[in-house]
Design a protein around this ligand. Structure first.
Ligand SMILES: [Fe+2]
Ligand SMILES: [Fe+2]
Length: 295
């Protein structure tokens, strides 16, 4: 029932599609040295974040490859400009998440085994297989993944938990990445629409993305968890149960996001995030570690 109510309220937001603010390219320089002494999150929320951060860099390079493959076919100059900004933003996301992963996560865990497993299975095997059959499928996987990252971004920007993160570098990383996911949320989708607007292709991409994202995030989570010396299982299970029952929890947002993408006629900009984008740009304006460059 809760999910049906959420879908209804999201449908009300779709009264009128909007043309959102253009993506801006920024060049952050966070070092994350203030994270170790400021990590006050529970084991569950820390590992969910660390797992997501592990899958971002390779995933974002895949998004770039799949969009760039079709960039020449796009004639609309506005979309061409947004594609350039999308690529530049995703390059920065991958770079900064790698700094975070090596500076913070790798100090505590061995991450190389997981990264090798993911790059071999997801990119050497699955991506090459998809491209051999039809590169449009990789693009449709990216459009669906961008729908999930936009949902994550919106949730993060509305979350009190993010505001309460004590490390300035980590809090700003999340705000910045979330902001840019909303700024460019339409790009891969619009390229896909121009290349092939088949509903079957779009939904096929979503089904594969939903399965693979859940699989790799869960595997990364378990990979890190298995290296923890002392685990308070009661607290961990309590946090998992809380997340599942929380309307803003990872599981709920993922499911609502998945279902909303199935609607025929869906477009990422049906949901107006312009106020959230504007507010977050304002919040990050004074960050000394973040400079804005034109695309
Ligand atoms: Fe990204
Ligand atoms: Fe993205």
């Amino acid at each position: 029932m809760q999910i049906i109510e959420q879908l209804k309220s999201e449908n009300r937001l779709r009264a009128a599609a909007y043309v959102g603010p253009s993506p801006e390219v920024r060049h952050p320089r966070w070092s994350f040295h203030d994270v170790a002494s400021n990590r006050d999150a529970s084991l569950f929320s820390r590992l969910v974040w660390d797992a997501m951060s592990l899958i971002f860099p390779d995933g974002e390079r895949f998004f770039i490859r799949s969009v760039r493959h079709f960039a020449d076919q796009v004639k609309d100059p506005e979309l061409q400009k947004d594609i350039r900004a999308f690529i530049a933003q995703e390059v920065q996301h991958g770079r900064l998440h790698e700094v975070f992963n090596s500076t913070v996560t790798a100090k505590r865990y061995n991450i190389d085994g997981f990264l090798k497993f993911m790059s071999t299975t997801a990119y050497d095997w699955l991506e090459n297989f998809a491209n051999a059959i039809n590169p449009k499928f990789a693009l449709s996987v990216t459009a669906a993944a961008e729908h999930f990252t936009a949902t994550w971004g919106r949730t993060a920007l509305q979350s009190e938990r993010v505001n309460n993160i004590r490390s300035d570098d980590l809090r700003e990383l999340i705000l910045w990445h979330a902001l840019e996911e909303l700024e460019h949320k339409h790009v891969a989708f619009d390229v896909l629409r121009q290349v092939d607007d088949s509903y079957t292709l779009r939904i096929g991409g979503m089904l594969v993305t939903a399965g693979l994202m859940s699989f790799y995030i869960t595997t990364a989570f378990l990979w890190l968890l298995a290296q923890e010396k002392e685990i308070d299982f009661a607290a961990l299970l309590h946090d998992v149960a809380n997340d599942v029952s929380d309307r803003e929890g990872v599981a709920n947002r993922f499911l609502v996001s998945f279902l909303s993408y199935l609607r025929p006629g869906y477009h990422p900009r049906d949901e107006d995030d312009s106020l959230l984008i504007e507010q977050t740009r304002e919040r990050l304006k004074n960050s000394l570690m973040l400079s804005v460059k034109t695309a």
